[in-house]
Each structure stands twice: as structure tokens, then as C-alpha cells.
Design a protein around this ligand. Structure first.
Ligand SMILES: Cc1cc2nc3c(=O)[nH]c(=O)nc-3n(C[C@H](O)[C@H](O)[C@H](O)COP(=O)(O)OP(=O)(O)OC[C@H]3O[C@@H](n4cnc5c(N)ncnc54)[C@H](O)[C@@H]3O)c2cc1C
Length: 306
């Protein structure tokens, strides 16, 4: 009988992991850390919950959390552990696989089983295709992408068990917690996107891009470097494999080369207009209309003319 243990401190993600675990295991266990409410909710999905209540065990100390999950996996006789592919989950995964002597697949989009083997489906070649991969070690850690599975429905048979763990004196102390300011924009829902990339010459032109997007009843989106390196726009506006997958009616793509990690996030737009000063940029191959021009001049003229 294959036991699978799931952990995420985010209840919604833990519920998605339970759905994934049910496709590969016979018995599903969950572990919670200092979260009575989450323990109750996960038990209501019909799984066995190991409830850890150790106030000094701090979620920011991923080494200590990994050690606690390791002990929970041993207790549950679970050879397979599922974590969520958010920042915390990935950080815990690296530490946990080392403790378990496990193989690991990260950013898993789907799971199947075949002749007793667990098959993880992941994007490959930067998202241009998908690969089915198998972990050959007896112990396995799969790090599952958020939203790859629906949250588990309520079900009978769940239980809660207090579980004590041995953790070292924490090396991380939380001194202050601040709410992260998250932009509420939803570029996946926009019908029109003006998508800007590294061809953009500065904040003044960005204001023109915002003006043009507004006049077209759309939103501004961007390639990853504009958010993560230049920090001109929030990460909520990034198109691509590490951002959002968008299918607008119209995408106006400006100053973007069209690397595959970006293109997978916009290739299903109904109409793509590209503005680039390089007529051989890869983005041109997937565009319906191409304007070989300086995007900054084009934005200035559109902002004035629309
Ligand atoms: C694991 C991984 C995940 C990634 N995920 C993403 C992701 O989700 N989204 C993403 O976007 N990237 C992602 N990337 C980065 C990606 O590989 C590219 O580096 C990035 O998309 C490039 O952004 P860009 O096209 O804006 O910049 P560049 O590649 O530098 O292209 C700039 C383009 O602008 C044109 N240009 C320059 N000046 C002008 C001008 N004045 N007028 C008109 N055109 C001009 C140039 O000809 C060029 O085509 C990821 C990379 C990795 C390794």
C-alpha cells in the first residue's frame, strides 16, 4: 500500500496536493504546522492529518520545517511526499530530498501511474513541449504546480492526530511580518494586452504604454526582465512560463525578442501585432502583423493619435 504525505502551509494548495496524492497513492496523509484551522479543514477532505504544534517551529525556517515533514513522512510510512511549487515549497523540497535520500521532480503539471511507477508531467525545452519523467529512487518528492489540480472535495474518513517532532533550536527568528502589496490586475482576463519588453526605454514611455492600453480598453503586460530585473512593473504583469498564460483577442507586443519562455504565455492570442526594430526577432514568426520600427516612437504616436 503506497502512502503519500502532502504539505503546504497554504490550505488551498494543500487541498490541491491531496487531489494529486489521491491519483498516485492508496492512503493520503497531510501534515500541518501550528495551524489548527488548516488541520481541521484538511481532515474534512477525508485524509489523516498529523498536526504539529510547536510554537518555536517557524515556517520561515525551511530547514526546520523540512525536518518536521521528514519525521511526519517516517511516521506515516510515506515514501512519497508532495509539496507545492511556490517559493516555500521549493525551498523545503531541496532540504527534504536530502534528508529522505529521495529523487525529486519540480514544477509538475500532472501525475500518472504506470506499472507501479509514478510519472510526473513537466514542461520541457522552456515550455515548448512537455516531458513525462519518472523518479527511479524508492523515495520521491514531487513539487506540484499551483492550480495543476482542483482542490479536494469534502469526504468522509478524515482524522487528526497530534504529532510531536524533534527540531533543533531555530536559527531563524521572525521579527516583523508585513502584508505583501499585491497588484490586483488580472492580465489573463484582459481582451487586449499591450505587452512591453526590454526595448522600452524608460518610465516615461511606460506611461505612454499605459495610456495606449487604456485607450484600447486593455492592460499593460510585460516580459519577465521588466518586472524582475528593472522592476518597472509588478510580477503580476509578467507573461510567460513563470508568469501568466494569456489568450487575449489582441496582443500588441513591443520590444520583445520572443524567447520560448515568453512566447508560451501569449501564443494563443487571437491576433498578434509585433513592433520590433529587428525584423528577424523570433517573435515575428508567430505574429500576424509586424511593424519594424522603434517601439518608443510608435508608443508616443499612438498615445497622441488614439
Ligand atoms: C527558467 C526561465 C523562465 C523564464 N520565464 C520567463 C517568463 O515567464 N516570461 C518572460 O518574458 N521571460 C522569461 N524568461 C526570460 C526569457 O528567456 C527572456 O530572457 C526574456 O523573455 C527576454 O525579454 P525581452 O524579450 O523583453 O528582452 P530581449 O530578449 O532583450 O529582447 C528585446 C527585444 O527588443 C527589441 N528592441 C530593442 N530596442 C527596441 C526598440 N527601441 N524598438 C523596438 N524593439 C526594440 C530587440 O530587437 C529585441 O528583439 C525565463 C527564463 C528562464 C531561464
Amino acid at each position: 500500500m503506497a502512502n503519500v504525505l502532502v504539505f503546504s502551509d497554504k490550505t488551498r494548495l494543500a487541498a490541491e496536493l491531496i487531489t494529486a496524492a489521491e491519483t498516485i497513492g492508496d492512503a493520503v496523509w497531510a501534515v500541518t504546522v501550528n495551524d489548527e484551522m488548516q488541520a481541521r479543514e484538511l481532515a474534512s477532505y477525508g485524509v489523516k492529518v498529523l498536526k504539529i504544534d510547536v510554537p518555536e517551529l517557524c515556517l520561515a525556517d525551511t530547514a526546520a520545517v523540512a525536518a518536521a515533514i521528514y519525521q511526519a513522512a517516517e511516521h506515516a510510512a510515506a515514501d512519497t511526499v508532495l509539496l507545492a511549487a511556490n517559493r516555500a515549497g521549493k525551498e523545503i523540497a531541496g532540504r527534504l530530498v536530502q534528508m529522505m535520500g529521495a529523487g525529486c521532480l519540480a514544477d509538475v503539471k500532472a501525475v500518472n501511474t504506470d506499472k507501479g511507477e509514478i510519472i510526473g508531467v513537466r514542461n520541457a525545452l522552456g515550455g515548448a513541449t512537455v516531458a513525462e519523467q519518472v523518479i527511479k529512487t524508492a523515495k520521491k518528492v514531487l513539487v506540484i504546480s499551483p492550480k495543476a489540480f482542483s482542490p479536494a472535495p469534502q469526504g468522509p474518513g478524515g482524522s487528526m492526530e497530534d504529532f510531536s517532532v524533534n527540531v533543533k533550536t531555530p536559527r531563524v527568528k521572525v521579527v516583523e511580518t508585513r502584508e505583501k502589496k499585491v497588484e490586483s490586475v488580472d492580465i489573463e482576463a484582459a481582451e487586449v494586452l499591450v505587452v512591453v519588453g526590454q526595448g522600452l526605454d524608460g518610465m516615461e514611455t511606460l506611461a505612454q504604454a499605459e495610456d495606449v492600453a487604456q485607450k484600447l480598453n486593455g492592460e499593460v503586460a510585460c516580459s519577465k526582465p521588466l518586472a524582475t530585473d528593472k522592476k518597472w512593473l509588478s510580477e503580476a504583469r509578467v507573461v510567460g512560463i513563470s508568469g501568466k498564460i494569456c489568450q487575449p483577442e489582441l496582443a500588441v507586443i513591443m520590444g520583445i525578442s520572443g524567447q520560448v519562455q515568453f512566447s508560451v504565455g501569449i501564443r494563443d492570442a487571437k491576433t498578434i501585432i509585433t513592433v520590433n526594430n529587428d525584423e528577424n526577432a523570433p517573435i515575428c514568426e508567430m505574429s500576424d502583423y509586424i511593424l519594424t520600427a522603434d517601439m518608443n516612437q510608435v508608443l508616443a504616436e499612438l498615445s497622441k493619435g488614439l
